[in-house]
Write a protein that binds this ligand. Structure first.
Ligand code: DGL
Length: 259
């Protein structure tokens, strides 16, 4: 494995590009390969077995492209499959989990909200983390319907606005002061969410922390790319590339491939 091998990332679709952006900003020198498994999105309602199966498939695709580290840029895949991935493959894995800890530690109302998929909120890993904060009331809300709309590019649609209103109003009434975005698709809804939430409610996600963790692990292993060449950033999707291209502002080519 050489230092200029790419960092591999995968998600059920386009959402993990929110993590890719953080990684690219922190380590602009690194080559990256991003895999959007949009054909199989959403992962949120699938069984643990299905999520493990899809995560294995995505990992093998990235390993065949010689990735030196794999970022599971999907909370649902991380919370359901990262243990199995780490047991099966030699490569280091970085996962993304909802940022309950910083929200619970800083909350003054001791009430926080979390918006995530069914798969994440029902996972053992999520329950284990949530249990560590018994003094904090955690209001869990499944973001039913959000990911399919985001995948269709309907980010600013009235449908999204209505769903978000339904999901967030009860949290506002319950006096949350932190909202945790527990799905890598949701940072794309920030402008909409900010219109609904009162200003004092802080919104957090795990993107920046994941990027820092990826850098730390690569640095520990002496595996950061030292070459100052123009890095290659490659994006693959197994569905219509239009929305992914748009989300990347047409700055990067998107390759359509069956995987
Ligand atoms: N982006 C994903 C996550 O972070 C998965 C969404 C889905 O496919 O349901 O959970």
């Amino acid at each position: 494995m050489t230092n200029n091998n790419p960092i591999g990332l995968f998600d059920s679709g386009i959402g993990g590009t929110s993590i890719w952006k953080e990684i690219h900003e922190l380590m602009p020198n690194e080559n990256t390969i991003y895999l959007a498994d949009s054909k199989n999105a959403p992962y949120g309602q699938k069984s643990k077995e299905e999520i493990i199966h899809l995560s294995n498939k995505n990992t093998e695709f990235l390993l065949n492209q010689n990735c030196k580290i794999i970022v599971v840029a999907c909370n649902t895949a991380t919370t359901n499959a990262i243990k199995e991935l780490r047991a099966k493959y030699q490569v280091p894995f970085i996962g993304i989990e909802p940022a309950i800890k910083p929200a619970a530690l800083h909350s003054k109302t001791q009430t926080i909200g979390i918006l995530a998929t069914q798969g994440t909120l029902n996972s053992e890993l999520f329950h284990q983390t949530a249990q560590q904060f018994q003094d904090t009331k955690i209001i869990e809300q499944i973001g039913h319907g959000l990911v399919p709309l985001i995948e269709k590019g309907k980010i600013n649609s009235p449908q999204i606005k209505e769903l978000l209103n339904n999901y967030l109003q009860p949290m506002i009434e319950a006096n949350i002061d932190y909202l945790v975005l527990g799905c890598s698709h949701y940072p794309y809804l920030l402008p909409q969410i900010k219109k609904i939430l009162p200003k004092h409610i802080k919104i957090i996600d795990s993107g920046e922390a994941v990027a820092k963790q990826t850098k730390n692990i690569l640095s520990e292993k002496n595996n950061l790319n030292q070459e100052s060449h123009q890095p290659k950033n490659i994006f693959y999707t197994n569905a219509n590339p239009t929305v992914l291209e748009k989300i990347l502002k047409h700055n990067y080519p998107v390759i359509k491939k069956d995987f």
